[in-house]
Design a protein around this ligand. Structure first.
Ligand code: UDX
Ligand code: ADP
Length: 476
């Protein structure tokens, strides 16, 4: 089975880049990305794309208007496509049953209902959004309950493993592609059709097929394992600080064991992003619902350790600034949840800002990619601040890190942007209040050199002492 037309519902961080790469790798397929947000589609059709992702602009330029289209005409795209990716957001529920833990599937369900309403021919429906186990079954039930003559559906699970900031690289050269489907003949035919799409650029051995529920659970499991590694090294960082060990040395030693491997062992101020917390909470909820409280408690600890790490870092800032930050100026370097993205969802910076604002600190925030309006939206969200006017008073935004640090008591590195490594710290030091402190929440700076400039330096998982020569270990 070959396909000519594919549509993707949801033009966000997952659907957008995924379809751009799909279109560039499959010139024989027309790919239409649709969204209910007119503003988002307008941006996809403009020179300034709605998301920043290295390499994305070039691909869009190459394919847009040829075999890649962005539209708000959801119904037309559904009618024309043979295969439909559903790539809408599935955030943690903020209301009702499962509040704070379960994934909110209202957008997913609304897509299934829309497909059922408008489809006039058979479709392969592919869930790309990360979903709880057995969500495909719910989609199937909605589609089958509304079935029309000559219209048949096959629902597949095809979770996306791209990481923001490296999305294009990850999509072009994935570790694996996972496709879950029914064991029936029709199910196998649908799986083969999707395999055929990926085999335009991914080698056959990397395309793994399995049953739908295993595929859905594998995505949650992969994110939970990755988040768990970060929480594990962060837990070690606290032990390092208390003992004089250095977490980057420990991480290097542990990661050199080929059974463990070096990736995702970088201690930090805590993981952020739209996936880890949401997916681990989703797994915790699933375990609870399945009456597996021990499993739920085990995974909950990954989240709890992440909270502890953020709190611990802020407490250290306060302690080092003579136990009060009220009215002190603190320059925050970085607001995105990691480098090379403008995304701030669940960014550690939001929570660091909240805790510091609660103490009355004056924040001076700089990020090379995040829009000012996004920072203010994040900091005035109801779970962060009850008083938006107070946020206005406490927060100033800067388009230049040197200006942000001028007259500040402290600099806090929240995101590991490469540009922070090469700033002129002598200049920054000269223009700060003394004693000048720097808190490196990402372990990216040359701490000994900063110390020698006169900074009081604090980082994660190690004590900085003048004159101590520490070997630099490569981070992965
Ligand atoms: C993650 C998964 O990596 C990806 O496979 C999945 O599809 C979506 O979720 P993403 O959230 O985009 O991707 O970024 P990732 O690189 O995983 O980083 C997540 C957070 O962990 C960031 O805040 C990052 O700074 C932090 N992190 C990562 C660490 O603190 N230490 C590490 O060693 C690695
Ligand atoms: P993700 O990181 O999972 O891609 P985003 O929030 O970036 O999440 O993108 C999800 C997109 O899905 C948003 O642009 C949103 O407008 C869109 N969306 C949500 N529900 C629907 C729907 N029913 N039909 C079409 N688009 C939708």
């Amino acid at each position: 089975m070959t396909l000519k037309k594919i549509c993707c519902i949801g033009a966000g961080y997952v659907g957008g880049p995924t379809c751009c790469v799909l279109a560039s790798k499959c010139p024989d397929i027309t790919v239409t990305v649709v969204d209910i947000s007119e503003a988002r589609i307008k941006q996809w059709n403009s020179e300034k794309l709605p998301i920043f992702e290295p390499g994305l602009d070039d691909i869009v330029k190459q394919c847009r208007g040829k075999n890649l289209f962005f539209s708000t005409d959801v119904d037309k795209a559904i009618i024309e496509a043979e295969l439909i990716f559903i790539s809408v957001n599935t955030p943690t529920k903020t209301y009702g049953l499962g509040k704070g833990r379960a994934a909110d599937l209202k957008h997913l369900e609304s897509c299934a209902r829309r497909i059922a309403n408008v489809a006039q021919s058979s479709k392969i429906v592919v869930e790309k959004s990360t979903v709880p186990v057995r969500a495909a079954e719910s989609i199937t039930n909605i589609l089958k309950a509304n079935v029309k003559p000559n219209v048949k559906y096959q629902v597949l699970s095809n979770p996306e493993f791209l990481a923001e900031g490296t999305a294009i690289k990850d999509l072009c050269n994935p570790d694996r592609v996972l496709i879950g489907g029914e064991r029936s003949a029709a199910g196998q035919e649908a799986i083969e059709a999707l395999c055929w799409v990926y085999e335009h650029w991914v080698s056959k051995e990397k395309v793994i097929t399995m049953n739908t529920w295993s595929s859905e659970l594998s995505k949650l499991a992969a994110n939970a394992f990755l988040a768990q590694r970060i929480s594990s090294i962060n837990a070690m960082s606290a032990v390092c600080e208390a003992t004089g060990a250095d977490v980057s040395e420990v991480s290097y030693a542990v990661g050199s064991d080929t059974r463990i491997g070096p990736k995702f062992l970088q201690a930090s101020v805590g993981f952020g992003g739209s996936c880890f917390q949401k997916d681990v909470l989703n797994l915790v909820y699933l375990c609870d619902c399945l009456n597996l409280p021990e499993c739920a408690a085990y995974w909950q600890q990954v989240i709890d350790m992440n909270e502890y790490q953020k709190r611990r870092f802020v407490n250290r800032i306060i302690e080092c600034l003579f136990n009060t930050v009220a009215d002190k100026k603190i320059a925050m370097f970085g607001f995105a949840f990691k480098k090379d993205t403008g995304d701030t969802r669940e960014s550690a910076s939001i929570y660091l800002s909240k805790y510091l604002m609660d103490e009355g600190a004056q924040l001076r925030i700089y990020d090379p990619k995040v829009e000012d309006s996004q920072i203010m939206r994040d900091l005035t969200a109801p779970n962060i601040s009850e008083n938006p006017e107070r946020v206005d008073k406490l927060v100033s935004l800067f388009s230049d890190p040197y200006r942000a640090a001028e007259g500040a008591h402290a600099v806090v590195v929240c995101t590991e942007w490469d540009e922070f490594k090469t700033l002129d710290y002598q200049r920054i030091y000269n223009n700060m209040l003394k004693p000048a402190s720097i808190f490196d929440g990402r372990m990216i700076l040359d701490h000994e050199a900063l110390h020698d400039l006169g900074f009081h330096v604090e980082t994660i998982g190690k004590k900085i002492t003048r004159g101590k020569v520490t070997r630099q270990f490569p981070s992965v």
